[in-house]
Write a protein that binds this ligand. Structure first.
Ligand SMILES: CC(=O)SCCNC(=O)CCNC(=O)[C@H](O)C(C)(C)COP(=O)(O)OP(=O)(O)OC[C@H]1O[C@@H](n2cnc3c(N)ncnc32)[C@H](O)[C@@H]1OP(=O)(O)O
Ligand SMILES: O=C([O-])CC(=O)C(=O)O
Length: 377
């Protein structure tokens, strides 16, 4: 066995083979099944992108229609989940609720323990269809609003906005949201996907893997950074502060600026390119570019001062805010998209499984340390 210790945080370590997502962090390239993210953002839909991630190829018209049909038919949430959403204390966060609700879904899933390829695909349809419903319904319940039925004729993106807001979304909002879903759908062995694969590799079911992945996504070093970014923008705005001075002070205090830096990209995150443009365009269309302008000032300063690039989370904050979405829904929205990638990775893991179990370099007291009886300590 090799005695070399992997770098802290497993930086640069190749931990598995995978045919799903390829990233060139130096060139700023992201591709799903070899197709560049810029092409997918321009031409694809979340449904088509999810098909690509799960089945490894672009669908024909008939295949896409069948896939979209399966996804919309799966927009049926067990009433026990709705009961749970109604029972949650008012101060629960949507991420806590989502994590718990996904775990609860497994109890009512007929295929729960079946980890065969076909069962995993069936469960992936249900998870992908129902995660946005959980987020939208919980938001309405906590606000005392009436619940909105899923509309099976709408696209995945439009149905979420419909169930969240109770009004049919504009084409602009639907397309912006659809692009955001495409951009967030997969990202190789990011922390939450790695967590999902580790769980799946014990031959635990997909709901267990996705519950763990949601837990990993929640952290502010990962998906939680989109919420943390918006909290920073609000704090600067509330204080009426100069953003450059504010961020300078954060650097002086050795604080990290949410939405900047990346383990893999050493150049522009290709997803940030789209989200920056969307943030600006949506702001202009709404007649309010305040959040975009503030974000841009911060971005230019952080880049100049620390050579750090904005990541996917930075401009998604101002984009979602301009779309009228509440701050604590940002990370759940990340999960609404990333379920497609998580599912693809769990399916791939189960299709060719081996337990994931690395070693640790022990740094504790030397063996054999003496066991001292409690009365003598
Ligand atoms: C969807 C996603 O998960 S995208 C990432 C979302 N997370 C964030 O935006 C949180 C802020 N960013 C970060 O914390 C980091 O850049 C991470 C977690 C994304 C990547 O982390 P790592 O590759 O482990 O880099 P690490 O945290 O070791 O940083 C390396 C150096 O850059 C600095 N640095 C990295 N990111 C930032 C930041 N956002 N603000 C200020 N300094 C930073 C670190 O302080 C460190 O400096 P030092 O060497 O002087 O101590
Ligand atoms: O890849 C990562 O480490 C984080 C990331 O950008 C993502 O999950 O989208």
């Amino acid at each position: 066995m090799s005695t070399a210790v992997a770098p802290k945080g497993l930086e640069g370590i190749v931990a598995t083979t995978s045919a799903i997502c390829w990233i060139d962090g130096d060139a700023g390239v992201l591709s799903y099944r070899g197709i560049d993210i810029h092409e997918l953002a321009q031409f694809s839909s979340f449904e088509e992108t999810t098909y690509l991630l799960w089945f490894g190829k672009l669908p024909s018209t008939a295949e896409l229609a069948e896939f979209t049909g399966h996804l919309s038919v799966a927009r049926e949430l067990n009433s026990k989940i709705v009961d749970f959403l109604r029972s949650v204390p008012a101060n629960a966060t949507p991420m806590q609720v989502l994590r718990t609700a996904v775990s609860l879904l497994s109890i009512y899933d007929a295929d729960e323990a079946d980890c065969t390829h076909d069962a995993n695909v069936r469960k992936s349809f249900r998870l992908t269809a129902q995660i946005p419903m959980i987020v939208a319904l919980f938001d309405r319940i906590r606000k005392g609003k009436s619940l909105v039925e899923a509309d099976k004729s709408l696209s995945h993106a439009a149905n979420f906005l419909w169930m969240l807001n109770g009004e049919k979304p504009s084409d602009t909002a639907t397309r912006a949201f659809d692009i955001a879903l495409i951009l967030h759908a997969d990202h190789e062995l990011n922390a939450s996907t790695f967590a999902a694969r580790v769980i799946a590799a014990t031959l635990a079911d997909i709901h267990s893997a996705i519950t763990g992945a949601i837990g990993a996504l929640k952290g502010p070093l990962h998906g939680g950074a989109n919420e943390a970014t918006m909290r920073l923008l609000y704090a600067i705005d509330k204080a009426g502060a100069d953003p450059v001075e504010y961020v300078k002070q954060m650097f002086a205090e050795k604080k990290k600026i949410s939405g900047f830096g990346h383990r893999v990209y050493h150049t522009e995150d290709p997803r940030a390119t789209h989200l920056r443009r969307m943030s600006e365009e949506l702001g202009k269309a709404a007649g309010n570019t305040k959040w975009f302008d503030l974000s841009r000032k911060i971005e230019l300063f952080v880049k100049q001062e620390k050579k750090l690039n904005a990541n996917v989370d930075f401009y998604s904050a101002s984009t979602y805010t301009t779309l009228g979405i509440d701050i604590d829904l940002f990370t759940p929205i990340f999960a609404i998209s990333r379920i497609s990638g998580w599912a693809a990775h769990v399916i791939e893991q189960h299709d060719d499984n081996r337990l994931i179990r690395p070693r640790a370099d022990y740094t504790g007291p030397a063996y054999p340390a003496t066991y001292i009886p409690i009365e003598k300590r």
